[in-house]
Design a protein around this ligand. Sequence first.
Ligand SMILES: [Zn+2]
Ligand SMILES: [Zn+2]
Ligand SMILES: [Zn+2]
Length: 93
Amino acid sequence: MVAEQEPTCSHVGKIDRHMKPKTHGCEECLAMGDSWVHLRLCMQCGHVGCCDDSKNKHATKHFHKTKHPIMRSLEPGELWGWCYVDDLGFDPI
Ligand SMILES: [Zn+2]
Ligand SMILES: [Zn+2]
Ligand SMILES: [Zn+2]
């Protein structure tokens, strides 16, 4: 038997868990006058982007542009975060 290695994320320990959203909606969608489905918060800079169910997918685009790896859901009652680099979820509290 070979012990399976626990997947770990080296990024979660470096973020500010009290990061405040910079805008009250997806920054880019607000600028374009467009709409979104759900919101995601970048835990590195406070950028608010829309989720992959939204047509503009600005949260994922923000990661590709900035390489900020950690985001969390901004939806009320949704307590989960995600690391794009490691493809791993984490508990943001
Ligand atoms: Zn990570
Ligand atoms: Zn958007
Ligand atoms: Zn960011």
